[in-house]
Design a binder for this molecule. Structure first.
Ligand code: PRP
Ligand code: HPA
Ligand code: MG
Length: 181
């Protein structure tokens, strides 16, 4: 029998660590957004797992929406060109928008998104990511809520893919290099 776990060289963050961190972030957001009009805006597709867990860890009335952008395609390097594939449906003017991301790597995706969304006049705009790879930053982005800072390794799992695969791993792992080199 084959298993996708066989393709993983190293587990960086376990399922249990993810669960605990998401609870902690949920508690912080619940406290910070009392009385606000919160819209969680997930960035497809990577943020799906985090969005599903984080939204349930927030004890507030909130709305959920998604955008789809792409800058990586089937590569492990960002192309630097961010394309909106699907826009959000909810009118965010006057709303307290929290962008939900799986990872900030070069920062190019988020700096582009931030500028675009600010033009739509939300009351506030903040960023929540489960992973941050600060060593690789090319564009400056202020991260308001961060789960884990990770080293400069290409990671998969918990929504993150390599060539559209491995999103369904319940942990964050590093692929065996022979699979993408
Ligand atoms: O900080 P950056 O270097 O811009 O990288 C981060 C972005 O890249 C990935 O998305 P991708 O384009 O692979 O789409 P996906 O979420 O559908 O996998 C990831 O989900 C982030 O959105
Ligand atoms: O390390 C990563 N893994 C998967 N997708 C990504 N997009 C940016 N960085 C990464
Ligand atoms: Mg991707």
């Amino acid at each position: 029998m084959s298993s996708i776990t066989q393709d993983i060289q190293e587990i960086l963050i376990t399922e249990q660590q993810l669960k605990e961190k998401v609870k902690e972030l949920g508690r912080m957001i619940t406290k910070d957004y009392q009385g606000k009009d919160l819209v969680l805006l997930g960035v497809l597709k990577g943020a799906i797992m985090f969005m599903a867990d984080l939204s349930r860890a927030i004890d507030l009335p909130l709305s959920i929406d998604f955008m789809a952008v792409s800058s990586y395609g089937s590569s492990t390097q960002s192309s630097g060109i961010v394309k909106i594939i699907k826009d959000h449906d909810i009118n965010i003017e006057g709303k307290d928008v929290l962008i939900v991301e799986d990872i900030i790597d070069s920062g190019l995706t988020l700096s582009y998104l931030r500028e675009t969304l600010l033009g739509r006049k939300p009351r506030s705009l903040k960023i929540c990511t489960i992973l941050d790879k600060p060593e690789r930053r090319e564009a400056d982005v202020k991260v308001d809520y961060c789960g884990f800072k990770i080293p400069d390794k290409f990671v998969v799992g918990y929504g993150l893919d390599f060539d559209e695969k491995y999103r369904n791993l319940p942990f964050i792992g590093v692929l065996k290099p022979e699979l993408y080199k």
